[in-house]
Design a protein around this ligand. Structure first.
Ligand code: HEM
Ligand SMILES: *[C@@H]1O[C@H](CO)[C@@H](O)[C@H](O)[C@H]1NC(C)=O
Ligand SMILES: *[C@@H]1O[C@H](CO)[C@@H](O)[C@H](O)[C@H]1NC(C)=O
Ligand SMILES: *[C@@H]1O[C@H](CO)[C@@H](O)[C@H](O)[C@H]1NC(C)=O
Ligand SMILES: *[C@@H]1O[C@H](CO)[C@@H](O)[C@H](O)[C@H]1NC(C)=O
Ligand SMILES: *[C@@H]1O[C@H](CO)[C@@H](O)[C@H](O)[C@H]1NC(C)=O
Length: 270
C-alpha cells in the first residue's frame, strides 16, 4: 500500500468511527430524551396553563414548553400529532385564533386563552362560565355532569357526549343571564367532545373508557399507566364526522343568539 493510500484509508476509517460514535451518542441521547422528557410533571407556580385540557396535557408531558409560554402555531400542531395523533386540520383554526388572545405577533401564552368569547365559551364541560366564576381552571362540580354520564356502563360515547352538552347548556341558560350561545360556540363544543372521545377511544374495545377521560380532565395527564396508547391512525376532521353527527343529533341544540356568518377558512363558514 502506498503511503497516500494508507493515509486515505486511515482517514476514512477515522471518519467512519467518529461518525458512528456520533450516531450512537445521538441515538442514546434521543432514547434518553424520549423516555424522560415526556413524563407527566405537574406545572410549577410560574408555569401557565389554559382552559383547554388538551393543550395543558401536552404541556404537562413536555410536548409543549412546560412553561406554557411563547408557544407558536407550529408548536401546537406538532405537539398534537406527537402526543395525541391529532392531525393539524382539526385544530388549526383554534390555533390561529389563539394568537389573537395576546399581544405577541406569533406566539401565545396558554393563560391568555381564557379570553372570553374568542375560543373560550360558555357551557363548558369542565370549567365555569365567565360570568359565573372561574373560566380557566378545572371545576369538579361542573365536570360532574360528564363524570356521571352514561350510567351503567364504563365508557362514554357520542350519545352521552351529546346529553352532557345539552345538560351543560341548560344549566348555563338557567343561571347565566349573559350566556353566549351561537353556532360558533356549538361548533367548538362539539369538536371538543369529539376530540376526547376519539383520542381516548380504546383500540382493544372500540369504546372510550370513562377512566381515561376522567384522568385527562382531572389531572391533565395521559392515562398511559392505565393502559391508554396513542391512537395509531391520525384523528382528523374527517374521522370525527360520524361521532359529531351522533353528538349533534343527541344534543338537540338550538341557538339563543345569532352570529354573523363567520368565515374561518377558504371552505368553512359557520
Ligand atoms: C391538541 C388538541 C386539542 C385537544 C385534544 C383539545 C381538547 C379540548 C377539550 C376537550 C376542551 C373542552 C373543555 C371544556 O369544555 O371544559 C377544550 C377547550 C378549549 N380548547 Fe382545546 N383542544 C386542543 C387544541 C386546542 C388548540 C390548538 C387551541 C387554541 C390555541 C385550544 C383552545 C381551547 C380553549 C380556549 C378551550 C376552552 C373552551 C371552553 O371550554 O370555554 N385547544 N379543548
Ligand atoms: C418568552 O418570551 C419573552 C419575550 O421574548 C421572554 O422575555 C421570556 O423569557 C420567554 N419565556 C420563556 C419561559 O421562554
Ligand atoms: C352581564 O353583562 C352586563 C353587560 O356587560 C354586565 O353589566 C353585567 O354585570 C353582567 N352580569 C353578570 C351576572 O355577569
Ligand atoms: C365550581 O363550580 C360551581 C358551580 O358553578 C360553583 O358553585 C363553585 O363555586 C365552583 N368552585 C370553584 C372552586 O370555583
Ligand atoms: C352509548 O351507550 C349507551 C349505553 O350503553 C347506549 O344506550 C347508546 O346506544 C350508545 N350510543 C351509541 C351511539 O352507540
Ligand atoms: C372507536 O374505535 C372503533 C374501532 O376500534 C370505531 O368503530 C369507533 O367508531 C371509534 N369511536 C370513536 C368515537 O372514535
Amino acid at each position: 500500500m502506498r503511503l497516500e493510500q494508507f493515509i486515505l484509508a486511515w482517514l476514512d476509517s477515522m471518519a467512519l468511527s467518529i461518525l458512528s460514535g456520533f450516531l450512537i451518542a445521538l441515538s442514546i441521547s434521543q432514547c434518553v430524551s424520549s423516555s424522560d422528557s415526556h413524563e407527566w410533571i405537574a406545572p410549577t407556580a410560574s408555569d401557565v396553563r389554559s382552559p383547554c385540557p388538551g393543550l395543558n396535557t401536552l404541556a404537562n408531558h413536555g410536548y409543549l414548553h412546560r412553561s406554557g409560554m411563547n408557544i407558536t402555531i407550529t408548536d401546537m400542531l406538532d405537539a398534537a400529532v406527537a402526543g395525541f395523533n391529532v392531525g393539524p386540520d382539526s385544530i388549526i383554526q383554534a390555533a390561529k385564533f389563539g394568537l389573537l388572545a395576546g399581544d405577541a405577533p406569533t406566539t401565545l401564552n396558554l393563560d391568555t386563552l381564557q379570553l372570553h368569547n374568542l375560543i373560550e365559551h360558555d357551557a363548558s364541560i369542565s370549567r365555569n362560565d365567565f360570568a359565573l366564576g372561574d373560566n380557566l381552571h378545572f371545576n369538579e362540580t361542573v365536570f360532574s355532569t360528564l363524570a356521571n354520564a352514561n350510567p351503567g356502563v364504563d365508557f362514554y360515547n357520542g350519545t352521552s357526549a351529546g346529553q352532557v352538552m345539552q345538560a351543560r347548556l341548560a344549566d348555563s341558560l338557567a343561571r347565566n343571564v349573559n350566556v353566549t350561545n351561537t353556532r360558533k360556540e356549538f361548533a367548538l363544543r362539539m369538536r371538543e367532545s369529539a376530540l376526547y372521545l376519539s383520542i381516548f377511544n380504546d383500540t382493544r374495545t372500540g369504546v372510550t373508557p370513562k377512566n381515561f377521560v376522567q384522568i385527562f380532565f382531572r389531572e391533565e395527564r395521559l392515562p398511559i399507566a392505565e393502559g391508554w396508547t396513542r391512537p395509531e391512525t391520525t384523528i382528523t376532521a374527517e374521522t370525527m364526522v360520524p361521532v359529531e353527527r351522533i353528538i349533534e343529533i343527541t344534543a338537540m341544540w338550538t341557538a339563543t343568539q345569532q352570529c354573523e356568518p363567520l368565515v374561518i377558512g377558504p371552505t368553512i363558514t359557520l
